[in-house]
Design a protein around this ligand. Structure first.
Ligand code: LLP
Length: 432
C-alpha cells in the first residue's frame, strides 16, 4: 500500500512509522518533523552486507554515503552495523569522528578538499582519501610527507558510463567535475604520479556513476571498465591494487509505480562481472566497496507537516500550504523530484483531491510537489511526505531564517530524539 514497508495505518486511522503513531509524534515533538525508522535503516545495511557475503565471499565493505543524512546518531548506528562511511567534507568527517567512528573505515571524497580538510583527514588517520585531481594529489603528498605520514589513497575515476538519471546527479561521464577521465589517458597518468610520489600509497580506484539509478546494467558496465583498468595498471606497472570502490546510486521507491530491484541484485551482477574480468585478465579479485546513501535511509524517512491555509483557485488548482517546504526539502525546487503525500491523521480515508503542496517561504517555486493526490485536508491537519530520509535534512537550509526541524528516530514503537529542533537563538548564534 505504501512506498515503504515501515509505514502503516492504525485503528484511529493515523499513519504509523516504525510502530509509532505520527499524530502523537507531532504532538510530542512539533512539526515540521523528520522521522526515520531505525529498524528499516538497519535492515537496509544488513541486506547490502549479506549481498557481499553471498555473491562475493564477504570480500568487501558497505560504506554508507553520509551526504544522504549525517548526524551523530546515524554515525553510531553505522558503526554498530559494521559499515564503512563516505564523507565529503570536514564537517561530515568531524561528525563521524566525534562519536568515535573508526577512521580506517572512512572514505573521504570531494573534488576540492581544502588543505585544512586534508590535514584533518591525515591527523585522524582516515583509511581512504579519494583523490580527485592532480593538485590534490601533490598537496596530499606534501602534507603527509611533512608529517612523516603516508596517506592511503584511492583515485576517483570517471568510467565514462552514462547513467540514466537527472543531469545534475549524474557523475560518471567525461563531462563531470569529479575525477580523472579514462578515455583521455588522464587516469593512467594519475596512477603513474601516485605510484611515484612519496607520502601516498595507492590502494585502489573509485567511481560513482550517478544517483537514483534503477537499472543494473550501468553498474555492471562501470564495474567491467574499472576492472579492465585495474588489469591495465597491473600490466603496465606490475602492481595489483587491492581495492575497488564502485560508488552508490541505487534507486529507491518515491512513487508507488517505482520498482527498484532488490539491492542484492546489484552485487550479484557486479560480482559476476568483476570475477569474470579478473579471470580473463589474470589478476586477483579486488576488495569491493559499495557506497549506498539514498537506499540506506531514503525510504525509511518521512516528513510531517501541519497544514496552514488551503487556497482553491477555481479552475486552476488548490494550494495546501504547510509549515515547511524548500527549507527542509529543496528537492522539488532543485530537481522537480516527485513524492507521495497523505493526511497522516486521516490516513484511512481515500485521496480524493489533487493538490499543490506549498512551502512557507517567500518564493513562488517553494513547493513540495504539484499534482499530488491527497485526502481533503483542513487547517490543522497533518500531512506526511514519504521517502524523505535521504537528501532532505542534509540539504536543508535556513532560508527566510526558518529553523531546521527536529529529527526523531523510531524503532519498534519507541521514538528517540536524534537532532533537536533549531531555535531562534540557534539562528542568531553566530551573528555579531
Ligand atoms: N558515493 C559518491 C562518491 C557519491 O558522490 C554519492 C552521491 C554516493 C556515493 C551516494 O549515492 P546514492 O546511493 O545516495 O545515490 N542531492 C541529490 C543526490 C546527490 C548525490 C551525490 N552523490 C539528490 O537529492 O537526489
Amino acid at each position: 500500500m505504501f512506498v515503504s514497508r515501515c509505514l502503516d495505518v492504525n485503528s484511529h486511522g493515523h499513519l504509523t512509522i516504525g510502530g509509532c503513531d505520527t499524530v502523537e509524534l507531532a504532538q510530542q515533538f512539533g512539526t515540521p518533523l523528520y522521522l526515520l525508522d531505525e529498524g528499516e535503516v538497519r535492515r537496509a545495511c544488513a541486506s547490502y552486507r549479506e549481498s557481499i557475503d553471498r555473491y562475493y565471499g564477504g570480500k568487501g565493505l558497505v560504506a554508507y554515503a553520509s551526504k544522504a543524512l549525517n548526524c551523530k546518531a546515524l554515525c553510531r548506528i553505522m558503526q554498530e552495523e559494521g559499515m564503512g562511511l563516505d564523507v565529503v567534507s570536514g564537517g561530515e568527517l568531524y561528525t563521524a569522528l566525534s562519536v568515535g567512528f573508526p577512521a580506517e573505515k572512512i572514505f573521504f571524497h570531494g573534488n576540492n578538499k581544502t588543505p585544512r580538510e586534508l590535514q584533518e583527514a591525515l591527523e585522524a588517520g582516515v583509511g581512504q582519501i579519494v583523490v580527485d585531481n592532480l593538485t590534490e594529489l601533490e598537496l596530499l603528498s606534501e602534507l603527509a610527507g611533512g608529517q612523516g605520514r603516508t596517506a592511503e589513497i584511492l583515485l576517483r575515476i570517471k568510467p565514462g558510463v552514462d547513467a540514466h538519471t537527472h543531469q545534475f546527479i549524474r557523475t560518471g561521464q567525461i563531462d563531470s567535475k569529479f575525477g580523472f577521465a579514462l578515455e583521455t589517458g588522464e587516469a593512467m597518468q594519475a596512477v603513474e604520479r601516485a605510484l611515484a610520489l612519496p607520502g601516498v600509497r595507492l590502494k585502489g580506484v573509485h567511481c560513482h556513476i550517478g544517483s537514483q539509478v534503477f537499472d543494473r546494467e550501468p553498474f555492471e558496465a562501470a564495474a567491467e571498465i574499472m576492472v579492465q583498468f585495474l588489469a591495465d595498471i597491473h600490466d603496465r606497472w606490475g602492481c595489483q591494487l587491492e581495492m575497488l570502490n564502485l560508488g552508490g546510486g541505487f534507486g529507491i521507491k518515491y512513487l508507488s509505480d517505482h520498482n527498484p530491484i532488490p539491492y542484492g541484485q546489484y552485487m550479484e551482477g557486479v560480482s559476476r562481472v568483476v570475477k569474470e574480468v579478473c579471470a580473463q585478465r589474470g589478476i586477483a579479485t579486488p576488495f569491493i566497496v559499495m557506497e549506498p546513501g539514498r537506499s540506506i535511509v531514503g525510504a525509511a524517512g518521512i516528513t510531517l507537516y501541519t497544514v496552514g491555509s488551503v487556497k482553491t483557485i477555481p479552475g486552476i488548482r488548490t494550494y495546501v500550504s504547510v509549515d515547511g517546504g524548500m527549507t527542509d526539502n529543496p528537492r522539488y525546487i532543485l530537481y522537480q523530484s516527485e513524492y507521495e503525500a497523505l493526511a497522516a491523521n486521516r490516513a484511512d480515508q481515500p485521496k480524493d483531491t489533487v493538490v499543490t503542496l506549498a512551502g512557507r517561504c517567500c518564493e513562488s517555486g517553494d513547493l513540495v510537489g504539484e499534482g499530488m493526490p491527497l485526502q481533503q485536508v483542513r487547517p490543522g491537519d497533518l500531512v506526511a511526505v514519504l521517502s524523505t530520509g535521504a537528501y532532505n535534512y542534509s540539504m536543508a537550509s535556513n532560508y527566510n531564517r526558518v529553523p531546521r526541524p527536529a529529527l526523531v528516530l523510531v524503532r519498534d514503537g519507541v521514538p528517540r530524539l536524534a537532532i533537536r529542533r533549531e531555535s531562534y537563538e540557534d539562528l542568531v548564534r553566530n551573528d555579531l
